[in-house]
Design a protein around this ligand. Sequence first.
Ligand code: UTP
Length: 229
Amino acid sequence: MRAVLKIGGSLLYDKDGNILVEKVRNYAVAIKSLVKDGHSLVVVVGGGIPARVFISAARDLGASEAQCDWLGIKLARNNAELLCAGLGDIAYPKIVETLDELEVAVKLGKVVLMGGLIPGQSTNAVAALAAETVNAETLFNATNVDGVYDRDPKESGAKRFDTITIVELKKVLSGGGTKAGEYKLFDSVAIRVVERSKIPTVIFDGRNPDNLTRIFLSENIGTRIVHND
Ligand code: UTP
C-alpha cells in the first residue's frame, strides 16, 4: 500500500537529548522490510528534543514565533536526514521541502523523507498534507503514547479509544498549544486536512519500532481515526 508514516522526533532521543542511534537503525530496518514487501512510503520525521531546545533558546533571545518555527522545521529535516542515512539507497537522497517537490519525488519509487514545511503547524500537519498529496491509503502516526485517551493517560480511569471520530478527537485535543514547539498530538491544520480528505489515520506507540511491522499487519494496536460518510 501507499502510506505516510510520521515518526515523532521525541522517539529518536533520550531524555538528555542524545540520539538513539539504534532506534533510528531499527526504524530503517523496519521500513526496508516494508518496502521489500511492496509498500511505498513517505516518512515525515518530527523535531524532537533538539527542536524544543533551540526554540526555547531562540524565544529567550527574542525570536519571533515564525523564527522559532523555522528552527523546528530545520531540526525536523535534520532528523529526517538521520533516517535517510540509515535507509541508504532505498531513500530519495534529498529531504523534500515542499509538496510540489514531493509530487515529483514519489514518482521515482524511493522512500521519500520530509521534516517541516512552513511555520504555524507541526510535522503532523506535514504528514497529513503529504498523505493528501500522494493519495495515501493510510497515515500512520508513531508517537510516544499508545493511542488517544479520553483524558490525560496519567489520570486513573483514563480509557484508550480503539477508534475515534474526528469530532471526538477535536474534543479530546481542545486546548492544544499554538506556539512553536507546543503543537499537540494533532494540531488544527492536521485535523482539518485529515477531516476534509477523510484520510484513514492510525496513532500508535512508536517507542518500539517493531510496532511498525505489527501495524502494517493490521494488528489492533493504537487508535484508528474513522470517518463517517
Ligand atoms: P513537531 O512538534 O512536529 O516535532 O515539530 P515532533 O518532534 O514530532 O513532536 P513530537 O515528538 O510528536 O511531540 C517541531 C517544531 O517545528 C515547527 C513547530 O514549531 C514544531 O513544534 N514546525 C514543524 C513548523 O513550524 N512547521 C512544520 O511544518 C513543521
